[in-house]
Design a protein around this ligand. Structure first.
Ligand code: NAD
Length: 334
């Protein structure tokens, strides 16, 4: 593909899927505050999607953020909504590993089939960039060292396998149809508006409510945690400066065990270790994720938030926003 745009940072019309969820809503909030672009959010509003995450943006008098409720697997709905936009940023996915172990079908359907629908409609529309948002989990677990973008994908859960499938579909559209795709693979995100079934918001809100926190296995699983805003700034760098057809790892070099995170959260929430409840390990639980970030760093991206500051801010956000998480918590089992 030779199609390139020199003006990707000027007044574009964005189509952002899954932006009623955690990372996408933070992305749109950040994008609108830091650019003149306008955005259409396209989201099915599954259990993980929440219009409250973006209501103030959609209601803002400047009219720069529109919301369409729709399913990326519904070709007619995507065809009616996507054409006319310049940029696609594709966050929509089933995203919770534990749920993928319970019900893999929804993951394969949304993540693989849905991504194909989106790519297919996008390639028939005049799109300048298509950013496919993926995860470090597609590489699988690594004991020592870090994965590079060219490493083999060895996903080990239905979630990560379905994400790996979606990466390959999106990349195949570059070669086959010239769709200007770039792919990002990021490590574990934390920050505001994260659905309270994921580790950091689940543990924080449990502790704030005086409930125990379920720690898997020996607590020794290692993840590389990155603040959602650092991830989203990296997504924008890849969008504006990345090579079409390339994959960019995003990570923070902040590898930490689940047990260590738990202790930090206990401290930030003023609880002791009697609040830890060890539970049976997740099936096929990956031990460690780690990605090499030389390629994204070479584009000029740097981490802005260290983990200690970011985690403390995040806990403060959950302390202040009971109005946001209490209704969600009531809908899921603890
Ligand atoms: P999330 O579950 O909070 O949000 C997903 C959003 O997608 C929800 O708003 C949901 O309603 C929407 N959605 C689901 N199925 C849809 C469909 N068929 N059509 C339209 N919308 C649909 O997830 P998240 O944590 O914000 O993750 C967003 C993306 O980033 C995902 O692609 C995920 O794989 C990727 N990612 C997440 C992390 C992480 O740590 N959370 C790390 C790396 C990559």
């Amino acid at each position: 593909p030779t199609r390139r745009s020199s003006d990707l940072n000027k007044n574009m019309n964005y189509f952002v899927t899954g932006a009623a969820g955690f990372i996408g809503s933070n992305y749109v909030r950040w994008l609108l505050a830091n650019s003149d672009h306008s955005v259409t959010v396209f989201d099915k509003l599954t259990y993980a999607g929440n219009l409250e995450n973006i209501r103030d943006l959609v209601d803002a008098p400047d009219g720069r953020c529109k919301f369409i409720q729709g399913d990326i697997c519904d070709r007619d709905a995507v065809e009616a909504a996507l054409p006319g936009h310049d940029i696609v940023v594709h966050f929509a996915a089933e995203s919770h590993v534990d749920r993928s172990i319970e019900d893999p079908y929804a993951f394969v359907h949304t993540n693989v089939f849905g991504t194909n629908v989106l790519c297919d409609v996008a390639r028939r529309s005049d799109i300048e960039r298509f950013v496919h948002i993926s995860t470090d989990e597609t590489y699988g677990s690594i004991d020592v060292g870090s994965f590079h973008e060219s490493d083999r994908l060895v996903p080990r859960s239905p979630y990560s396998a379905a994400k790996a499938g979606s990466d390959l579909i999106a990349l195949s559209y570059v070669t086959t149809y010239g769709l200007p795709v770039v792919v990002t693979r990021c490590s574990n995100n934390y920050g505001p508006y994260q659905f309270p079934e994921k580790l950091i918001p689940l543990f924080t809100t449990n502790l704030l409510d005086g409930h125990k926190v379920p720690l898997y296995g020996d607590g020794g699983n290692i993840r590389d945690w990155i603040h959602v805003e650092d991830h989203n700034r990296a997504v924008q760098v890849v969008l504006e400066h990345g090579e079409i057809g390339e994959v960019y790892n995003i990570g923070a070099h902040n590898e930490i065990t689940n047990r260590e995170i738990t202790y930090r959260l206990l401290e930030l929430c003023g609880r002791d270790e009697s609040f830890i409840e060890p539970v049976a390990d997740r099936l096929g639980h990956d031990r460690r994720y780690s990605v090499d970030i030389d390629r994204i760093s070479a584009l000029g991206w740097k981490l802005a938030r260290d983990f200690e500051t970011g985690l403390a801010e995040t806990v403060e956000w959950y302390k202040a926003r009971r109005d946001w998480w209490e209704p969600l918590k009531a809908r899921i089992s603890r």
